[in-house]
Design a protein around this ligand. Structure first.
Ligand code: 0O2
Length: 228
């Protein structure tokens, strides 16, 4: 299937009247604004949990949080890949990772603690869960993915938006960044050999994550009730 590239998008823009295009893009911009608001809601929820953990248990359950809105070209390419209609309504109904939040934790147990704390909140609806930690992908990819529905409150309406939340450890994230480079880099020599090496590294990383978790559990043993 042919992927759309930014040069092609520029051609479309140049061939059309910019004013008409801007007017036509307004509904799209409104939709993206709603996704940005949903990201703010989810980020705030995690920041609140971090504040509480810092004060109550003297530790942070995650190291960092980042978020992004999928760019228009990636949205169109995903619409094509999924074979769904290219309309705003269809995008909202079929593409669940337009708004994405990534939570990086030090320890695997914290991933599940945070995921459960999010899902338990009464304004959050869990739409889909993919546990690539318990069931890693064949290439070694590990992360916990949740698609959640979160309400946003605008001046005259309440909207339900979908956000993808990805949880990984620092080590899983390190691995995923390198794997991502392999996917997007063209003309890589020996891609099979690299993929095999990456798979081996993913297994080592998994063992290390669990050993680090065990060490932390031993350190925290006295206050294990506090590990929440
Ligand atoms: P980007 O730039 O990160 O957004 P769906 O049919 O929609 O449920 P989907 O979304 O195609 O399924 O697949 P899935 O498994 O839920 O994972 C989508 C995202 O997870 C990817 O987004 C990556 O961020 C990450 N991911 C999944 N598999 C891998 C992998 O093997 N390696 C790495 N590095 N990341 C992975 P995008 O859209 O590809 O990119």
């Amino acid at each position: 299937m042919k992927e759309l590239h930014s040069a092609e998008l520029n051609e479309i823009l140049e061939e059309n009247n910019p004013e008409v295009l801007l007017e036509e893009m307004l509904p799209f911009e409104k939709l993206m604004m709603r996704y940005r608001c949903a990201l703010m809601e989810i980020e705030t929820k995690f920041k609140v949990l971090n504040e509480e953990f810092s004060l109550q248990y003297n530790r942070n359950p995650f190291e960092s949080i980042t978020s992004r809105i999928k760019n228009p070209i990636s949205i169109i390419n995903k619409v094509k890949r999924k074979g769904v209609e290219l309309s705003l309504e269809s995008i909202e109904q079929n593409i669940f990772d337009i708004a994405g939040v990534r939570i990086i934790c030090s320890f695997p147990e914290d991933i599940y603690i945070l995921a459960n704390l999010l899902i338990q909140q009464d304004d959050i609806i869990l739409i889909k869960k993919k546990d690539y930690i318990k069931n890693p992908k064949e290439n070694g990819y590990r992360s916990l993915h949740l698609i959640v529905d979160v309400p946003i409150f605008l001046s005259s309406e309440k909207k339900h938006m979908k956000v993808e939340v990805q949880f990984r450890t620092i080590a899983m994230d390190f691995w995923a960044s390198l794997d991502h480079k392999l996917k997007y880099k063209k003309n890589v020599q020996n891609p099979e050999k690299i993929a095999l090496e990456l798979k081996k590294c993913a297994d080592v990383i998994n063992q290390m994550d669990h050993r680090m978790q065990e060490i932390r559990n031993m350190i925290d043993f006295k206050g294990s009730a506090k590990r929440i």
